[in-house]
Design a protein around this ligand. Sequence first.
Ligand code: 8YV
Length: 328
Amino acid sequence: MDRPRILVTRAIFPDVIDALSQHFDVESNQDDRIFSSDELIAKAAGKDGIFTTPSERIGADVIAACPTLKAICNMAVGYNNIDVAAATQAGIIVTNTPDVLNETTADFAWALLLATARRVTESEHWLRAGNWNKWRYDTFLGADVHGATLGILGMGRIGQAIARRAAGFNMRVIYHNRSRLAPELEARANHAQYVGKDELLRSADHLVLALPYSPQVHHTVGAAELALMKPTATLVNIARGGIVDDAALIAALRAKRLAAAGLDVFENEPAFDPAFLTLSNVVLTPHIASASEPTRRAMAQCAAANLIAALTGGSPPNILNPDAINKG
Ligand code: 8YV
């Protein structure tokens, strides 16, 4: 029997390519070229499966043009790059990589929160530029983290991991989520208290966004929401570009209606709004919240395991659309 044929859309750990090659004929992209949409379709056509990352948009057009596809395995917990409904309709399994990145991503949310509140990167730039020639009582005064109120919008597995870490900082944790957590989960999340979205915005000293992107939450933090926040507050986004209205955020930061922001994700990334570069009160990172060596490896292995299961008659551990199986 012919081996299934797969496409790996981006460069990935070579040993993961080796593992996939034990089961499949693999077309890989170790040169890490960014495919145009037409190239992606041309490469995916005739394949049984694709190993994707959030940089590739797998829309209904790609799905319609690739009738041999049986599985799309995304190396990310987020999957808003994939039209899951169209895939389900076409009998294509879609998988993601949940859980393996929770703790690493929560660590990074804290890295951004602390760097933002305590002006770590801003002061380092100033120091590197040769400006440090005397001590002053008010050099880079920031906001306290300990004892402050941490707000979390989106209290899934990553949000809860962020909340647990607040215990060491003696913080009160408030959150808003589509639905309230069970009491035992709230207790484990540093006794997080469920509040309405407006109260979250009004009360948080440090607000972290940890919700998945969907069209329903596009610009869920825009000008009106930013106006509710304390002028001393900080905002951290480790979730997805598009959840925040970046133009509104830039205006708020410029006018100091918000003290500072720490951003790992942006609208239209990597071509983010260059106005961010003109602001000193932002910490900017290139979508690396899950980027520890062990975690990126675990994510790649998880996506590979899903693809192997999907195309060799197994049950992919992280299937997002079980209905696809009956259609296929
Ligand atoms: C990166 C993420 O996008 O998992 C997600 O949804 O946003 C991040 O972990 C991912 O590492 C890219 O493969």
